[in-house]
Design a binder for this molecule. Structure first.
Ligand code: P53
Length: 479
């Protein structure tokens, strides 16, 4: 058998994308609650000064998991989930972000949720910050540009670690902390760090601001890891990287260098989390931005004290760069071009199962066999109900099967240490990138459309029984 006993099969979600109940039981607004719905062609608008009446904010209701989680967890249990990855909405615990005491009603909700999971023998895998910092920290402090956010985050993390120390073992600090490196996409810097650039901010300025915010997040993460360990030595605390590997378009040495440079945008983040220090090439990245981040004297020592136990990452797609595209415009910093060898999803994401094996092997090699956890993977697709009200999502099964096959090779043949696999959006939820309901990932269909219409009823897709069989056979039966 390729996967060891106890391999963590499950599914993944994030609080702001499924809970809804955005103002219930004392919850404050988060940066997700001011993101309007968009679609594949329309970017999401960020209302950084607060919600505007009449606009559509998909996180407000989402799929109302807050009130329906018992039924949903029951369905996950039917599929045989060993674990379930979700996040704690920071603004349920600290509604504005800077309170000295947590909101008890928010804490009590996650007690109920985790108890329900544990009752079904489902291990919680918890992200502390998944694109949902309290909006108050943005309006009052400027988001992660401000060093004070380190203390606010650490206070939040400590409260969660203490409260749930006997319920949660697997943690992650910041979801896809590296997304923000694409500074010309305003959305990713907002979701990671609560920062909205001015249109006039040039490339170097944006990069400097982003690198400073990321530095604060690194220190916050490391301090949280150290505190977590002192609370419960059995905690396993990981980082979370959006791992989009970047290939060179051709064997032209300039393309090779461009791809190497683009990959440094991944390693920059994982190196700090795993090694507790910036890689040597960071100096070049800082020079390019016109200056290194400001650091307090103790920061580098703190980074060393809070290295992670495992590398959690999402894998959806690979990218392909050419030097020509990089040089033609700084907006195309990563120099994306089409990869002629792979197909794309309806949202233009390259479908590349072998890229997952490549990532697993790359991380394994760079970090000497460190534990890894694939905490997101999946296919966003338009699903249609057939005459029997069933979604025949064979395309989703094909996608997941192909990725699990590669994951198996990485474990079995390459010897990668893999803790688990949690496909994204195991129940349909709001898309982070577009705010759509109709970009669906789930094994479970949720009756709701992009405009917010629908009964919110849940039903099983074809992939539900397929995944159940995969888990029951510990990945041996993928048919
Ligand atoms: P959606 C971009 C690229 C890769 C992963 O994404 C990304 C993003 C941000 O959109 O985000 C992760 O919903 C993220 C999840 C998100 C999921 O991938 O845009 O951790 O919150 O929902 C899928 O299709």
């Amino acid at each position: 058998m390729a996967f060891k006993n106890g391999f963590l099969w499950g599914g993944a979600v994030a609080a702001n994308q499924l809970e809804g109940a955005y103002n219930v039981d004392g919850k404050g607004l988060s940066i997700a609650d001011v993101l309007r719905g968009g679609n594949v062609n329309t970017p999401r608008v960020i209302d950084e000064n607060g919600p505007i009446e009449g606009m559509n904010y998909p996180s407000w209701e989402a799929i109302d998991f807050y009130h329906r989680f018992e039924g949903d967890i029951e369905l996950f249990a039917q599929m045989g989930f060993k674990c379930f990855r979700t996040s704690i909405a920071w603004s349920r615990i600290f509604p504005q972000g800077d309170e000295s005491e947590p909101n008890e009603a928010g804490l009590a909700f996650y007690d109920r949720l985790f108890d329900c999971m544990l009752k079904h023998n489902i291990e919680p895998v918890i992200t502390l910050s998944h694109f949902e910092m309290p909006l108050g920290l943005v309006t009052k402090y400027g988001g992660w540009t401000n060093r004070k956010c380190i203390d606010f985050f650490v206070r939040f993390a400590k409260v969660c670690f203490e409260r749930y120390q006997n319920k949660v073992k697997y943690w992650m600090t910041f979801n896809e902390i590296n997304n923000q490196s694409d500074v010309f996409f305003p959305f990713v810097v907002w979701t990671d760090s609560g920062i909205k650039f001015k249109d006039s901010d040039d490339f170097a300025t944006r990069r400097r601001i982003m690198l400073q915010a990321a530095h604060h997040e690194f220190v916050a993460s490391a301090r949280a890891v150290a505190i977590g360990r002192s609370i419960n030595k059995d905690f396993r605390i990981g980082c979370m990287i959006g791992f989009v590997p970047v290939y060179p378009k051709t064997s032209d040495p300039d393309d090779i260098l461009a791809a190497q440079r683009a990959m440094e945008e991944r390693w920059y983040f994982t190196d700090v989390h795993v090694n507790g220090e910036y890689g040597s090439y960071a100096k070049r990245i800082w020079d390019e931005a016109g200056g290194a981040p400001q650091m307090a004297p103790s920061d580098l020592a703190e980074l060393k004290m809070g290295t992670v136990d495992y590398v959690g990452f999402s894998y959806y797609m690979s990218r392909c760069v050419s030097a020509q595209a990089v040089n033609s415009t700084p907006i195309n910093f990563l120099g994306d071009t089409k990869n002629d060898y792979v197909k794309e999803s309806d949202w233009g994401w390259a479908i590349d199962p072998k890229g997952l094996r490549y990532v697993l092997r790359s991380i394994d090699g760079r970090y000497n066999g460190i534990d890894q956890f694939i905490v997101e993977n999946g296919l966003g697709a338009y699903d249609k109900l057939d005459d029997n009200g069933m979604v025949q999502d064979t395309y989703r099964i094909d996608y997941l099967r192909a990725h699990i096959e590669q994951m198996k090779l990485a474990v079995d043949v390459d010897g990668v240490n893999l803790l688990g696999y949690t496909p994204w959006g195991c129940i349909d939820l709001v898309s982070a990138g577009t705010g759509e309901m109709e970009k669906r990932y789930g094994f479970i269909y949720v009756d709701k459309d992009n405009q917010g219409n629908g009964t919110l009823n849940r039903s099983k897709k074809l992939s539900f029984d397929w995944y159940k069989k995969v888990i029951a056979s510990n990945g041996e039966d993928l048919s």
